[in-house]
Design a protein around this ligand. Structure first.
Ligand code: 5GP
Length: 117
């Protein structure tokens, strides 16, 4: 895993240097719409601490982050009239991670609609 890069795109969103469509914010977490949504309402949930992935986030920070994911998933699903939601989280370029600031994808799903790859 690369060292944390202060200029990764999510660090820049957290500093307000790149705009985002905010879904939720608290003192430790930001959630915003993915710029390339795989379904309508595809949301990214990130901590405000600097961590690249599961290997280097502190357990307490992960616990808070997961609490937000747990809260937002059902709320987004209900708000959009989706049938459920999917969570994705990638660690390492080989696993598909492209932004090296830990994030959870919250992806609403509709039973009759395919998901973009
Ligand atoms: P990963 O593959 O690292 O899990 O996913 C990174 C996600 O960040 C991708 O789904 C990508 O579309 C999203 N993303 C990349 N750059 C930006 C950006 O500038 N703004 C937003 N809102 N999402 C971004």
């Amino acid at each position: 895993m690369p060292a944390y890069d202060d200029n990764n795109v999510f660090a820049r969103i957290l500093r307000g240097e790149i705009p985002c469509h905010k879904v939720y914010e608290d003192d430790r977490t930001l959630a915003f719409l993915d710029i390339m949504p795989r379904t309508r309402g595809h949301t990214l949930v990130i901590p405000k601490v600097k961590a690249t992935g599961l290997a280097d986030i502190e357990p307490d920070d992960l616990c808070h982050l997961m609490g937000v994911v747990q809260k937002l998933g059902p709320r987004i699903t209900e708000a959009l009239g989706a049938d459920g939601f999917m969570i994705q989280q990638f660690n390492g370029a080989g696993a598909g991670q492209t932004v090296f600031h830990i994030h959870f994808h919250v992806i609403p799903r509709w039973a009759d609609q395919p998901m973009r790859p």
